[in-house]
Design a binder for this molecule. Sequence first.
Ligand SMILES: Nc1nc2c(c(=O)[nH]1)N[C@H]1C(S)=C(S)[C@@H](COP(=O)(O)O)O[C@H]1N2
Ligand SMILES: [Mo]
Length: 201
Amino acid sequence: MKKILTAEEIARRLPPGQYLTEKFPVLTYGPVPRFDPARWDFRVTGLVEEPLRLTYEQFRQLPKSEMVADFHCVTAWSRLDNHWEGVRVKDLMRLVRLKPQARFVIVRCDGDYTTNLPLEEFLDDTVMLAYRHDGQDLTPEHGFPLRLVVPKLYGWKSAKWVRCIDFTAEDERGFWEVRGYHNHADPWKEERYSFQEEQDT
Ligand SMILES: Nc1nc2c(c(=O)[nH]1)N[C@H]1C(S)=C(S)[C@@H](COP(=O)(O)O)O[C@H]1N2
Ligand SMILES: [Mo]
């Protein structure tokens, strides 16, 4: 059951310029990729001591966590109190030894979508690779079998249909980050567009 929120609490939890939605809109550029459990895999590559490859079965055996988090899309809708189930990045990282040069992450998805994050933000306690939302398996449109959830940043960083986490030394802008969206994407600072980055110091 979802908590009923007071108007004050909603106002407090909505970043500037955002409105509340109860629905769960789908925001995807391009078609929804097909999922083939026999061929699907999850990889950790780049600046790691040993690259990791897990089958779907193996991924689902990783330690599972739950969290409740708000979700803010740059197109201005926010959905509060999403219940996510999946694997916290923190727990995944017990299987990975980073090389010291690793400073950024590029998340690679089916359908060639990518998004980038600084290493510290990827390793944040709130970042999860999720396979369930509000008590049900993710639907294909919302990223089944696996999506990233990055509650502290705008929704385009929460990549759907994730297949690979690639650690890099240099920052590499992702799909929306090269198409006019902000490289960092903090909704509380309204980091929406890349032209704002020039104003940052
Ligand atoms: N692979 C992929 N992931 C994606 C997108 C996309 O187009 N492709 N859209 C992003 C955007 S802009 C948002 S707001 C969220 C929306 O997630 P939802 O469709 O589950 O609401 O997914 C993000 N992840
Ligand atoms: Mo979005």
